[in-house]
Ligand binder design. Structure first.
Ligand code: NAD
Ligand code: IPM
Ligand code: MN
Length: 363
């Protein structure tokens, strides 16, 4: 008797979150379902209702033991977006979104900037070859550590202190990840960006680590730009970039600029990684509350996040098919209004899922 090989299920936690996070995640899951069925993948998923509604109702953002559950019992996490006007201090978003990044130690925030169609680029004369680079954003320290405080709060003499933390271990590992990626993926250049001309302690550590790590990758060209010059060059000459590595806050800012180069936040996807551990995938955009529930949000960023998730789980063919479906939908103008189309969120999701379901084997 021959048994079919038993594959261990790969469990994926789905956290739609708030606002349009819910809308786009529903479409991303349709595409995940289509890919799972088309390639008979051993993927199972479970939706976790960690969001603003639940937080406002119960006062709890992450259930007791929730992060450990993600870490120990799931292969990957898909997040929609967090942010709700009823929670102005973003407490639940900090606990859930930053909590996932920090508590699972997902130190690499990998954000590709890739133009799928020339027509989506706001720059004159740039081609899909010109806009094709990746940003390695440090994801566990920098300005995001929440170290600081207020003195004489709400008085005329108020003082607010907000510290940036940079550790040698933290800086070195993200720089090493960027160079390692360049080496494995045939990228020629790594550009580190900081503001070390002003931040003489924290960002000077980045300078020293960069020089040291670059020495281990002699075949990769290492260069540096202060972040103000980086933003200028991203617009002026995006073709000069292969891999950019930078701190948490600068990485946040430059990847929204990068998103604009590829057609807007509606198409920008990201992966939050720690090799060998449970990783998290999410669109770069937020919860855009004014568009929530209106069938207008672009689901492509969430769908491309699913492609990255599939690739991460070892399903390269399914991942390429999802990416190809996105390319086709853009070429054929089956897009939401942000990309110039007339389709709704669900129509785009259905179309992408149908393309994936019908994908032919490669080769
Ligand atoms: P946002 O990304 O939610 O939206 C900014 C604008 O970008 C929108 O008004 C819209 O014009 C466009 N946009 C974004 N996503 C789109 C999509 N899928 N389709 C079409 N258009 C899209 O940023 P914001 O308005 O600054 O923030 C709203 C809330 O989201 C805030 O609470 C913020 O803190 C939060 N936020 C969360 C995340 C996240 O969960 N990762 C990221 C950014 C912002
Ligand atoms: C992002 C977002 C988050 C960040 C916010 C919502 C905390 O802007 O993922 O880019 O700053 O990292
Ligand atoms: Mn951001």
């Amino acid at each position: 008797m021959t048994d079919a090989p038993t594959q261990r299920p790969q469990r994926v936690a789905i956290l739609p979150g708030d606002g349009i996070g819910v809308d786009v995640t529903a479409e991303a899951v349709k595409v995940l379902a289509a890919a799972t069925e088309r390639w008979r993948l051993p993927i199972e998923w479970l939706e976790l209702p960690w969001n603003a509604d639940r937080y406002l109702e119960t006062g709890e953002s992450v259930p007791e033991g929730g992060m450990e559950d993600l870490r120990d019992n799931y292969a990957a996490i898909l997040i929609g977006a967090y942010g709700d006007p009823r929670v102005p201090d973003m407490k639940h978003a900090a606990d859930i979104l930053l909590g996932t990044r920090f508590e699972l130690d997902l130190f690499i925030n990998f954000r590709p900037i890739k133009l799928y169609d020339e027509r989506l680029c706001p720059l004159k004369g740039k081609t899909i070859e010109d806009i094709d680079f990746v940003v390695f954003r440090e994801n566990t320290e920098g300005a995001y550590v929440g170290v600081g405080g207020n003195f004489k709060r709400d008085t005329g003499d108020e003082v607010a202190v907000q510290e940036e933390i940079h550790t040698r271990k933290g800086v070195e590992r993200i720089i090493r990840a960027a160079f390692g990626y360049a080496r494995v993926n045939g990228r020629k250049r790594v550009c580190m960006s900081d503001k070390s001309n002003v931040m003489r302690f924290g960002h000077d550590l980045w300078q020293r680590c960069f020089e040291e790590v670059a020495g281990d990758y002699p075949e990769i060209e290492a260069n540096h730009l202060f972040v103000d010059a980086l933003t200028m060059q991203m617009v002026r000459k995006p073709e000069m970039f292969d891999v950019i590595v930078t701190n948490n806050m600068f990485g946040d800012i430059v990847t929204d600029l990068g998103a604009a180069l590829q057609g807007g936040l509606g198409v920008a996807a990201s992966a939050n990684l720690h090799p060998g551990r449970t990783s998290m995938f999410e669109p770069v955009h937020g919860s855009a509350p004014k568009y929530a529930g209106k069938d207008v949000a672009n689901p492509v960023a969430a769908v491309l996040s699913v492609a990255m998730l599939l690739e991460h789980l070892g399903h390269a063919e399914a991942a390429s098919a999802v990416e190809e479906a996105v390319s086709v939908s853009i070429r054929k103008d089956v897009t939401t209004a942000d990309l110039g189309g007339t389709a709704g969120t669900t129509q785009v999701g259905d179309y992408l899922a149908s393309l994936v379901a019908a994908a032919q084997p490669v080769g």
